[in-house]
Design a protein around this ligand. Structure first.
Ligand code: SF4
Length: 285
């Protein structure tokens, strides 16, 4: 990668973006906000099946390594929030069954927040979760088809429109969708929901897949990510940065110069993603 020339003015804009930007409501009560070795929220894994085939999906890495999680609850006895789920697409079991699962979790754990993580393509009616995180990493039907393998862009927009507590989740993919982040943010802004933009997690086995899809590893720096996220927020979207990432960046900036932090090349993870909590039980639904 050549030397990057960035004006002092732009650096100041990005520094104040980091100071101002908030994390999504999904991150509230997550250990990622304060721990140096964070575990994600407790999760209930429904299935590892999915109706899409996203080029950036980290579950492919686990599938290749044969480490996909078995269904069930991974977490402690007193969760404040449960993510349903980290792997696969939970809505493939049907909305009724999914809501039955939410009821069972609420019955067992009391006043717990249920954060559904979904691609939104099968949400043909509002779902009774507290937070509904819907993935959208393209601004066009064609781009969506290239990224996911299915022509379901319009269904995702409908799911965003009809649900409450929506957070749209966009994965930043330099070389693939970096020129579209602004257009995605403009779409999200129309629905007046939170817009979480996150970097792509690159685990073993994903690099080649991403390269074939046009991923630019040269532009995979924190600078490129923050630059896109800041521009998206300038267009009026309610852009949010993952809480754990924001905390790490702020703490690095206390010790190092801005340029040294943001231009460092991101590392590819050495092992497949893993749930860092113990399996406890599963419901028969
Ligand atoms: S993005 Fe980070 S802080 Fe937010 S919920 Fe996930 S692990 Fe926690």
């Amino acid at each position: 990668m050549g030397i990057r020339i960035v004006s002092r003015a732009r650096i100041r804009e990005l520094e104040s973006f980091i100071e101002d930007v908030s994390y999504p409501s999904h991150c509230v009560d997550c250990p990622g906000l304060y721990s140096d070795s964070p575990q994600h929220h407790p999760s209930y894994e429904v299935t590892t099946e999915c109706n899409l085939n996203c080029v950036f999906c980290y579950a492919h890495s686990s599938a290749m390594a044969n480490t996909l999680p078995k269904p069930g609850y991974y977490g402690n006895e007193n969760p404040k929030a449960i993510t349903v789920s980290q792997y696969g697409e939970p809505t493939v079991i049907g909305i009724e069954k999914l809501e039955k699962l939410f009821d069972l979790l609420r019955k067992k754990f009391g006043n717990v927040r249920i954060d559904l993580q979904t691609n939104g393509t099968l949400l043909n009616k509002p779902v009774q979760a507290d937070i509904v995180m819907i993935s959208l990493s393209s601004s066009t039907k064609e781009g969506y088809m290239r990224l996911t393998g299915r022509n379901m862009f319009c269904r995702v927009l409908k799911a965003i429109e009809m649900n409450s507590g929506v957070i749209v989740r966009t994965v930043f993919l330099p070389g693939i969708n970096d020129s579209e982040i602004d257009s995605i943010a403009k779409i999200v802004r129309e629905y007046e929901v939170e817009h979480m933009i996150q970097p792509c997690s690159i685990h073993p086995g994903l690099k080649e897949r991403l390269r074939e899809a046009g991923y630019s590893f040269d532009r995979d720096t924190l600078y490129d990510y923050l630059d896109s996220a800041e521009k998206a927020r300038s267009s009026g979207a309610d852009v949010r940065i993952p809480g754990c990432l924001l905390r790490i960046v702020k703490s690095m900036l206390e010790q190092f110069d801005f340029e040294d932090v943001v231009f460092a090349q991101r590392r590819v993870a050495k092992s497949p993603p893993k749930i860092r909590r113990e399996w406890k039980f599963s419901f028969h639904i």
